[in-house]
Design a protein around this ligand. Structure first.
Ligand code: UDP
Length: 253
């Protein structure tokens, strides 16, 4: 097969030119990084699991009317997506205090927040993705006030959907990060959920035991990352061996 043109290579994924204009192929690598890429490893099987899990969530979001960049999964590690212009923000939604929020405010990890909190970091690895207020985002033209209102509404719908699906399989969605892209439909611009939704970008805790089933297992050396992600995939019924994307989540008692 002819080599495809690589458009961009990030820490965990590669983007290739897609088969039609306006499409890209998103390839999931096994590479894991943390602490602004100071800690790195290759974790066999991670890319395959994240491809499946992101497919599962993006397909579900599309089905309930939350637009995403996802078109279809192509194979074990690749999915076809719509090409978007990524807004240079990490959109973070938090249901419970953890990570940088717990540290910044001296809160115990796991403290329930009074309501979901949406915050924004400016996507810039060299600066360590600094937290930014809306005022900066608008003043520097990264997004308009209207975009921000739409982004918050999208992020909260993603939060309700993913929290609900996870709750159904005994997992608490503590927080997560999404990215948002712009797509031009003629003269109209639409905002869609982009990037990925996977245990790389969420904090997922077992409701009963509190066991971490996300990238903190790697960040904090808590065990085998592939085992943790496999457990999430198993509970959702999206293990590579028994998957179609119509598989329903399995309720556990
Ligand atoms: N997150 C991410 N990519 C980043 C930063 C954060 O996917 O570059 C996710 C992270 O996995 C967690 C949520 O966003 O689910 C909130 O992360 P936090 O701000 O607490 O940062 P961290 O503690 O991960 O540095």
């Amino acid at each position: 097969m002819a080599r495809r043109k690589k458009i961009y290579e990030g820490k965990a994924k590669i983007m290739y030119e897609g088969p039609e204009p306006g499409t890209l192929v998103q390839y999931f690598k096994d590479d894991a990084t943390a602490f602004n890429a100071e800690k790195r490893a290759t974790i066999e099987g991670k890319g395959v699991l994240n491809n499946r899990l992101s497919e599962f969530f993006m397909t579900g979001l599309n089905a309930i009317g939350v637009p995403t960049h996802f078109i279809k999964r192509l194979n074990m590690r690749e999915q076809l997506i719509r090409q978007v212009e990524i807004i240079p923000l990490e959109v973070i939604v938090r249901n419970f205090a953890a990570g940088s929020m717990a540290k910044r405010l001296g809160m115990e990890e796991g403290t329930a927040l009074p309501r979901p909190i949406v915050e924004f970091s400016y996507k810039d690895d060299a600066l360590g993705d600094p937290l930014v207020p809306e005022e900066y985002i608008i003043a520097f033209g990264w997004a308009s006030q209207q975009d921000l209102d739409d982004i918050v509404a999208l992020a909260l719908r993603v939060n309700d959907f993913v929290s609900g699906v996870m709750f159904g399989v005994g997992i608490k969605l503590v927080d997560f990060k999404i990215e948002i892209g712009r797509i031009w439909d003629g003269e109209f611009v639409r905002l869609v959920v982009a990037d990925e939704i996977s245990p790389d970008s969420c904090r997922l805790w077992d409701i009963e035991t509190g066991q971490k089933l996300d990238k903190d297992v790697f960040r904090r050396d808590l065990g085998n990352l592939t085992d943790a992600y496999t457990e999430v995939a198993r509970r959702l019924g999206v293990l590579p061996t028994n998957v179609t994307h119509t598989t329903k989540p399995t309720l556990i008692n």
